[in-house]
Design a protein around this ligand. Structure first.
Ligand SMILES: *Cc1c(COP(=O)(O)O)cnc(C)c1O
Length: 396
């Protein structure tokens, strides 16, 4: 059987896949079925330096040859060094390593509930999250996710989550009742439609929480690791989290989640309170050490320059009505047509783009060249013009 039929026969059909089998990473993105693709998606913000980065491959291979796995009953150098980098570069105090974004958020939730329980006892376990948020696919992180479409089929969900509207300080203040232990939010909502939270909202939220000893948890699973033009988004937003989760681009293409804990909660998780078989394994940590090593100030300045370039070029397209997001996390509102249809047409022409709600979403590799940006944008411009002219014909 061919690859697609094997998938259809043997894999749980949970994904609506694009009609393409990818076989190799290339300098511009991917190739498969004799066709090349320029990548504006990074495997959903994962392939930080693309899918064919020589330095990353060497870092992974070298660690694989040296030591691939030990249990967490032992110390390993890549894990200790990665924790040091994460803490020194964020000002947070300790790290717990896992394998994914959902797990990183599960840990953040455990930290918040335990901190509150240790200090205040029962009845203060509610976590506020935002409407339109996305925090993962486990039962608890689905509960945290503020979108009703995810709250079906798998009842009962974990109790103790209340969803409040984003960028609404009064609503937040009203929801900060005595049972609340934490507020969890994404600095830029990714899956929810690339929606950037307002700076004033974030500052007010931080203050409201701090005054009541309510923890501020930032879900930087998607916004983290250079994606927004600073190592973590909070570093350009004037706030400091008590707990921060990250994953996606952290190891540049291998599964790794991290939950960072600030001063207040640095001793909350003691021995036996949490664990993971694979979390923080040497190969993934070596990959992440390579990623963080390359994300220095000069590289991040380049990310910001490319982000400005993308925005300018996109806003100049007649079929684009607005561009949202931060850094190389980009949401495009279309004048006409449907984002998913645009993504399919781009793919046909050799460009991978993503969607988020009704927007075309771009998450290009942070190392993308200007030549590839131009080639990709030319395809996108073509596709959007074609959709718009078809739409005009249908309407006239
Ligand atoms: C992708 C994502 C998650 C879930 O990450 P997984 O690795 O798929 O578990 C959680 N939060 C945010 C903000 C994300 O973008």
């Amino acid at each position: 059987m061919d690859i697609k039929n094997l998938d259809h026969s043997y894999i749980a059909q949970t994904y609506g896949r694009y009609d393409a089998v990818l076989t190799e990473g290339t300098d511009a993105g991917f190739s498969g079925d004799g066709k090349g693709y320029i990548d504006f998606g990074s495997g959903i913000a994962v392939n930080t330096f693309g899918a064919n980065d020589a330095g990353w491959i060497e870092a992974v291979c070298a660690q694989t040859r040296k030591l691939s796995h030990t249990s967490n009953y032992f110390y390993t150098e890549p894990q200790s060094r990665l924790a040091e980098s994460l803490c020194t570069r964020t000002g947070l105090k300790r790290v717990f390593f896992s394998n994914s974004g959902a797990e990183a958020n599960e840990c953040a939730i455990k930290v918040a509930r335990k901190y509150s329980h240790d200090k205040y006892g029962d009845g203060r376990a509610t976590i506020l999250t935002l409407q339109g948020s996305f925090h993962g696919r486990t039962i608890t992180t689905l509960s945290a996710t503020g979108q009703d479409v995810f709250h079906t089929d798998f009842m009962p969900f974990t109790p103790g989550f209340v969803h409040v509207p984003p960028n609404d300080i009064a609503a937040l203040e009203g929801a900060l009742t005595a049972d609340v232990c934490a507020l969890m939010l994404e600095p830029v909502q990714g899956e929810g439609g690339v929606i950037t939270l307002e700076r004033e909202y974030l500052a007010a939220a931080q203050k409201l929480c701090a005054d009541r000893d309510i923890l501020l948890i930032l879900d930087e699973v998607q916004t983290g690791n250079g994606r927004t033009g600073t190592l973590y988004a909070f570093q350009q937003l004037g706030i400091t989290p008590d707990v921060m989760s990250t994953a996606k681009g952290l190891a540049g293409g291998l599964p790794l989640g991290a939950t960072l804990m600030g001063e207040k909660v640095s001793e909350t998780l003691g021995k036996g309170k949490h664990g993971s078989t694979f979390g923080g394994n040497p190969i993934c940590c070596a990959a992440a050490n390579y990623v963080l090593g390359r994300l220095d100030d000069a590289f991040l300045a380049e990310v910001q320059a490319k982000a400005a370039y993308f925005r300018e070029k996109l806003l100049a397209l007649p079929s684009v009505t607005a561009v949202s997001g931060l850094g190389l996390m980009i949401g495009i509102s279309l004048k006409a047509g449907d984002a998913h249809d645009a993504a399919l047409k781009c793919l046909e022409k050799g460009l991978i783009v993503l969607t988020a709600k009704d927007k075309v979403r771009l998450l290009p590799p942070l190392s993308i060249s200007y030549a590839d940006i131009d080639r990709g944008l030319a395809i996108l411009a073509d596709v959007l013009a074609q959709i718009e002219s078809k739409n005009d014909t249908e309407q006239s």
